[in-house]
Design a protein around this ligand. Structure first.
Ligand code: SF4
Ligand code: ZN
Length: 296
């Protein structure tokens, strides 16, 4: 099969019924990345961006693409949640890429910060891990003077989050999706940006391989039990009949965005005992840490 440029194709976009060769696909990925940044003004007025690097394909690709933007300083932050086998591999590939790109790499561990690792607790892993990881990312990015945190969410992740919050009936979180979720506006809160959010997961894998970006292939042993996994399987099933399902879910959300912005309630900011901004008296991370410590 041939790409429109005449070269041999390596990828078929079934949602637009077109074939792509490696160089055309790479160009397309880079164009979408830049367009997302420009259109949503993701790095406008930014001087220093912290990239959350787990060592997987998405975050390593985010770091690689961000490193091509010369106008901002980058630092990489990896969180070591303490998950045997998995973390070692992922951190190695994050380190390898940071060394290659000459970007400062900071590894922050649950064990050191909280006194426990994910492997040592008996909890609903992903909900605890997600909150605690976001907490450390914000704290570390703020400490290093970053004004944004770039995360590796791709379009498939976004479609899953949209459906997940829809199914949970969680309007609050539903309102906080999008390419630069506006959660709270406070100088201690470092806003997150998702520059890969308009790129399909399979194209990120291909891009990473075509551009020799190292990434870990391991998946977290706890991911098999999370709700996101069921949504992923559900979307896969729909996609076999409707190949553009993921794109339509995300577009539908983007069309809703102006209405969601109007109805979003302003969150009053307090500061938790740990110093992090939160909406209640105590931040969710501190409540979870207390919960875990009390049960030990
Ligand atoms: Fe944490 Fe769950 Fe992700 Fe594993 S799959 S790293 S437990 S959020
Ligand atoms: Zn706190």
């Amino acid at each position: 099969m041939k790409c429109i440029c005449g070269k041999s194709a390596i990828h078929y976009r079934d949602w637009e019924k077109k074939f792509y060769c490696g160089p055309c696909l790479s160009r397309h990925v880079e164009r979408t990345f830049k367009h997302t940044i420009r259109k949503s003004e993701l790095i406008k007025n930014s001087k220093k961006i912290a990239v959350a690097v787990s060592g997987g394909k998405d975050s390593n690709t985010t770091l690689y693409l961000m490193s091509k933007i010369k106008a901002v300083e980058l630092i990489a932050i990896s969180i070591d949640e303490g998950i045997a086998g998995y973390i070692k591999q992922t951190l190695q590939s994050a380190k390898k890429l940071c060394n290659r790109l000459n970007i400062e790499h900071n590894i922050i561990s649950f064990k050191k910060e909280f006194g426990f690792s994910m492997d040592s607790i008996d909890k609903n892993y992903c909900s605890y891990c997600g909150v605690l990881r976001r907490h450390l990312l914000n704290k570390t990015a703020h400490k290093f003077g970053a004004d944004k945190i770039a995360v590796g969410h791709n379009m498939d992740d976004e479609a899953q989050s949209i459906l997940l919050n829809f199914i949970r009936g969680d309007m609050n979180r539903f309102q906080r999706l999008g390419v630069s979720p506006h959660v709270i506006s406070n100088k201690k809160f470092v806003p997150r940006i998702k520059p890969l959010r308009n790129i399909r997961e399979k194209e990120i894998v291909l891009y990473a391989m075509l551009n020799r970006i190292p990434f870990a292939h391991a998946s977290c042993p706890y991911s098999a039990h999370n709700q996101r996994r069921s949504i992923m399987n559900f979307i896969d099933k729909i996609e076999s009949e409707y190949p553009d399902a993921v794109i339509q879910i995300v577009r539908f959300y983007d069309n809703l965005r102006p209405m969601l912005n109007k109805s979003a309630s302003k969150v009053k900011i307090n500061f938790c005992q740990c110093g992090e901004p939160c909406s209640g008296k105590k931040c969710m991370a501190c409540r979870m840490i207390e919960d875990i410590r009390n049960e030990r």
